[in-house]
Write a protein that binds this ligand. Structure first.
Ligand code: 6PG
Length: 470
């Protein structure tokens, strides 16, 4: 074995960890893994082949002493208490100036707490969201790091080498201080929830209104993926629709139970949006729909009780065109909401985020990668003050061109009993956001009526109260 120590350490050799560490070693960095599970250690040693480039152990001291100083140790372990436990076990054996990187989907407030705790002990702590699933971790994920800018320099060459590339540009960049990296990853996931919900609604309406079979659905998604809707989620949807059921006949998708699980990042996005006072209804409804999907037994009883409308059939060709436009419209609106939340969080938490850079590192590697992100990048690079994508002139053109289809599809869904809540929330958000006057004057009057909460006027400055009762 050569004398040179290992450049990078990784704790947690599960699917993500194993793939990520192999990616690091593929890119010419010596990497050392650590996992208490000896089977995982052996599996990595076998898959890596050359122990001089990638090795692993279940012994903490061996792990730590094998790493070059300052140590760069990434944790790819489940979010929550386990992260704290790993940190506690590492602390006695680390040196000042070492860097711990949490690559999991940790809650951003946990990252802030850990960063402050470790700073006192002279250890740098980074929250770095990693997106792209197992394949991304192996072949090039999008990485969203936040923490001390100084410490980032240590890990920058490794992250840039292992990340996905968009036209040669790495899909990683220093995003900001403290928990900026985990926060951005949380919003990425919120947008992911929104886009997945929208895609599922379009799949549903094409089936119910146009009677498209799986092969026709595949053709629609596949062709959309060659156009402006080009994205990872549209691409995998097309693929999913052709996958045969190896335990029966037909396609597997039809046999999958309609209850979606969640690990929490979408919910955190919604909870935090409420705290910040930023409306993100396309994402909120995606979280609610996962919750509603879980009520399967109730849904079956309610369907019997109320019955189901028989949707009127639409021409397949017209429907596919309308669905593409409506999906594109609502994709834009969903990105707009997530990015708006980022812009507010940047102020509130002092992240100093650059939305152009964030859109840029989402162009490849991550789950929400899409052709659309190249234009979103341009919009935010062109106007650093842009708080909402809907205010960008080139997006307003795209929105105007697709708005009518969104209206038609949402109306069709409402009249025919097909739930399209993501599409409808995107449309309603758009209609409200573009209304110079909303009926909230009445709410102010009601508040003042029953609680003397006061109101402002449109024609005079000041705070007013009225004795409403005659
Ligand atoms: C990614 C994903 C990933 C996330 C899964 C599952 O960017 O690679 O966001 O981090 O964990 O998508 O999330 P849910 O279980 O909440 O759907």
């Amino acid at each position: 074995m050569s004398e040179k120590k290992y450049d990078f350490g990784l704790v947690g050799l599960g699917v993500m960890g194993r793939n990520f560490i192999l990616n690091v070693s593929d890119n010419g960095f010596k990497a050392y893994g650590y996992d208490l599970d000896k089977e995982k250690v052996k599996a990595l040693q076998k898959e890596g082949g050359d122990l001089d480039s990638v090795n692993a152990t279940s012994d903490l001291k061996t792990f730590v002493s094998s790493l070059e100083l300052p140590r760069k140790i990434m944790l790819l372990v489940p979010a929550g208490k386990i992260v704290d436990n790993v940190i506690e076990s590492l602390l006695p054996v680390l040196d000042k100036g070492d860097l711990i990187i949490d690559g999991g989907n940790s809650l951003f407030t946990d990252t802030d707490r850990r960063e402050a705790y470790l700073k006192d002990k002279g250890i740098h702590f980074f929250g770095a969201g990693v997106s792209g699933g197992a394949k991304g971790a192996r072949k090039g994920p999008s990485i969203m790091p936040g923490g001390s800018r100084e410490a980032y320099k240590e890990v920058k060459p490794i992250f840039e080498a292992v990340s996905a590339k968009y036209k040669g540009e790495p899909c990683v960049a220093y995003l900001g201080p403290k928990s900026a990296g985990n926060y951005v990853k949380m919003i990425h996931n919120g947008i992911e929830y929104g886009l997945m919900q929208l895609t599922s609604e379009i799949y549903d309406v094409l089936k119910k209104a146009g009677d498209l079979n799986n092969s026709e659905l595949h053709t629609a998604f596949h062709s959309w993926n060659k156009g402006r809707l080009q994205s990872f989620l549209v691409e995998i949807t097309a693929e999913i629709l052709t996958k045969d059921d190896d335990q029966g006949s037909g396609q597997l998708v039809d046999k999958i139970l309609d209850k979606a699980k969640q690990k929490g990042t979408g919910k955190w996005t919604s909870q935090n949006a409420m705290d910040l006072g930023i409306p993100i209804p396309s994402i909120d409804i995606a979280v609610s729909m996962r919750e509603l999907s879980a009520l399967k037994a109730d849904r079956l009883i309610a369907e019997k009780l109320y019955g189901k409308l028989k949707p009127t059939t639409l021409s397949k060709e017209k429907l596919v065109t309308m669905a593409e436009e409506a999906l594109y419209f609502s994709f834009i609106v969903t990105y707009a909401q997530g990015l708006h939340q980022l812009s507010e969080a940047s102020e509130e938490y002092g992240y100093d985020l650059d939305l152009g850079t964030i859109a840029k590192i989402w162009r490849a590697g991550c789950i929400i990668r899409a052709g659309l992100l190249a234009d979103i990048t341009k919009a935010f690079q062109g106007n650093k003050q842009l708080s909402n994508l809907l205010l960008d002139p080139s997006f307003s053109k795209e929105i105007k061109e697709t708005l009518d289809a969104a209206r038609q599809l949402v109306s069709y869904g409402a009249l025919n009993g097909i739930p399209l809540p993501g599409l409808s929330n995107s449309l309603t958000y758009f209609d409200a956001y573009t209304s110079g006057r909303l009926p909230l004057n009445l709410i102010q009057a009601q508040r003042d009526y029953f609680g003397s909460h006061t109101y402002e006027r449109t024609d005079k400055d000041g705070i007013f109260h009225t004795e409403w009762e005659a």
